[in-house]
Design a protein around this ligand. Structure first.
Ligand SMILES: Cc1ncc(COP(=O)(O)O)c(C=O)c1O
Length: 291
């Protein structure tokens, strides 16, 4: 819940939520021109802050967006936003938009990028429930259109799939890539478990290279479980022993039903449960908010 003194960072200043506004001429609003990150803090520590900041700057580089802060300044601004809002457990939304320009889409006519940092409480995406999904008709963007590795403000591709999920009465949509293999959820990466091996689509499958995805790969390997990054067909997904989504908002969510077919037993499996338990143990080992 938002407290009264809830403040949003915009371009170096803090504004109460009601006064936190950007121009209608900002190209982030007009064209979805910009990049963003979703980050979590647990028990007073920001989880994987460096990794999120690095991905933000990589996304910005790909769209030729100059972020008017150094990485160190950016991290400090995030920590200050959490402190000002007295948040120890939070979801932090960082937005860098192209900034104010003309009505035309030419980004060179936007002199300065705008930075917004919103910190708030957010329950895990599936709110502790298991995920159920459909295979969406909407395919994930081709890497030669908007590369999904760019975490851009233009999320309409994912939103179209999400609308399909809503209509089907499930809580997530699985998107296939242009080759027709399993790509990712609308805001999370996908894993399957088959015969004790964990499998997840590789970076070349047109996925966002999730930070939680890497955390889970590392956790699994620490437990001696083999992790393979390779393409997954829909048939393999239907017939997996277990499946789960990973993401900053979703954390680790068991996927128990796809297109009305139970995955494994239709309940969270032992590998998924172990990963969730281990994730809960390590997630508070982030960058401390208080110096
Ligand atoms: C499309 C998409 N895939 C995967 C993820 C998971 O990435 P991360 O674990 O870095 O949050 C997200 C969320 O950021 C996403 O939007």
């Amino acid at each position: 819940m938002l407290s009264k003194e809830f403040e949003v960072y915009i371009d170096g200043k803090y504004y109460p939520k009601k006064e936190a506004k950007i121009s209608v001429f900002d190209h982030g609003f007009l064209y979805g021109d910009g990049v963003f990150e979703g980050i979590r803090a647990y028990e007073g520590c920001v989880f994987k802050l460096n990794e999120h900041i690095n991905r933000l700057y990589e996304s910005a580089k790909s769209i030729e967006l100059i972020i008017p802060l150094s990485k160190a300044e950016f991290k400090n601004a995030i920590i200050e936003t959490l402190n000002r809002n007295k948040l120890k457990d939070a979801y932090i939304r960082v937005v860098v938009s192209r900034g104010i320009g003309t009505l035309g889409l030419n980004p060179t006519l936007c002199p300065k990028a705008s930075i917004i940092i919103i910190a708030d409480y957010l329950a895990p995406l599936f709110e502790g429930k298991n995920a159920t999904a459909i295979i969406a008709f909407t395919r994930r963007n081709s890497v030669t259109a908007i590369n999904p590795m760019i975490k851009s403000l233009n999320y309409l591709n994912n939103i179209l799939a999400r609308i399909e999920a809503n209509k089907a009465g499930v809580n997530e949509a699985l998107m296939l890539n242009q080759n027709g293999t399993v790509c990712e959820g609308t805001g999370d990466n996908i894993f399957i478990v088959k015969a004790g091996v964990i499998i997840t689509p590789p970076p070349s499958a047109a996925i966002l290279l999730g930070i939680t995805r890497q955390v889970v790969i590392d956790l699994a390997e620490k437990e001696g479980i083999k992790v393979v990054e390779r393409s997954i067909t829909v048939h393999e997904l239907y017939n997996a022993d277990e499946s789960f989504f990973t993401g900053t908002a979703a954390e680790i969510a068991p996927l128990v039903n796809v297109d009305g077919k139970l995955i494994g037993t239709g309940k969270p499996g032992p590998v998924t449960t172990m990963l969730i338990d281990n994730f809960k143990k390590i997630r508070k080992r982030g960058t401390p908010i208080y110096s």
